[in-house]
Design a protein around this ligand. Sequence first.
Ligand SMILES: [Zn+2]
Ligand SMILES: [Zn+2]
Length: 365
Amino acid sequence: MHFVSREEWGAQPPRYDLVYIASTQGTKVHYEGTYVPKSLAAADAHGSCAGHMRDIQAAHLANTKEDYSDIAYSAVVCPHGYVFDGRGAHRKTAANGNQTLNAKDYSVCAMLGASGLVQPTAAMLDGLVDAIEWLRQDGDAGSEVLGHRDGYATECPGEPLYAWVQAGAHRPDGSSPGGGDTGSGTEIARYQVTINGLAYGYGAHGDHVTAVGEALVAKGFGRHYQEGPGPTWTDADTLNYSDYQVRLGYSGTAPHEDADGVPGAVSLQQLLGYLPGATTSTMVPPFPGRSAFVLGRSNPAVVTLDKALVRKGYVRHHDGNGYQPGRLFTRYTLANVRDFQHARPELAGDADGYPGPLTWKLLLS
Ligand SMILES: [Zn+2]
Ligand SMILES: [Zn+2]
């Protein structure tokens, strides 16, 4: 790892004492989200990176609304793959959105923008993995690697970097970070299935997910939980469910094999003793027509739509206070419907965020 200490990049001292943290569940990946010049990634431009780092710190210290003590990130990685110390190991980050999220994960930021330099370099991805491994070794970070947008309404870390996180945050040569207990080198299935109208698999959300986790723990398949089980399906749920499938005699733990940790109806019924969410299509209210869903207009059907989005866990877009059902079809409604459409193969081809009859039927059943 190419490590650049605070002294080396010319950091200002923190304004207040930083908060000690013993360990975290993992690390969240960020981008700057502003404009970052493409020239910063030039092979001979690394001399500018320390100055770029000082600019980030100065901007954070000047942010009177957040009242930051210091640069918000645990570490920052430049396009040349150097890891710049930020708050560092065993210091609580301020970048993840709120106190709970800041205590849960460290933060590592890539010097990438929403415009200008938007694609991570290979050296940068290597540097991000270096930073994640360093926080594990020196800061007792757990194996979780997520994006800032996981659990908080933000575009961060941008599409290219988020796609990399979702694919497992591997080094460009394909090796996975750290060899944590989520199965180094093994890909974890991250797709969803719908059984009896409820979603299961990575990112699925609801009481039925908690119920699966609790049943797994009760049957002795809880070894991958560092925390939980909870209402959002994580890799730990997948790994525990995979253990359970293997015990049932299923084979193949790679994605889309029988014991990949994504439930099927048979194993699920066997685990719980029942199949949650029994609904029939006759209970779905009739589709109110496309004219009920117009951006910026109110309609009672939007309340029904919103409640279904909440029930199915498609609520990551909101105005900052959580997603609440209401009569107004907002851009958040649109974005959440679009997430649902993207998650369903039947709808993904036309994921425009506006419910048609099939979106309505699938969302409400
Ligand atoms: Zn961020
Ligand atoms: Zn650099």
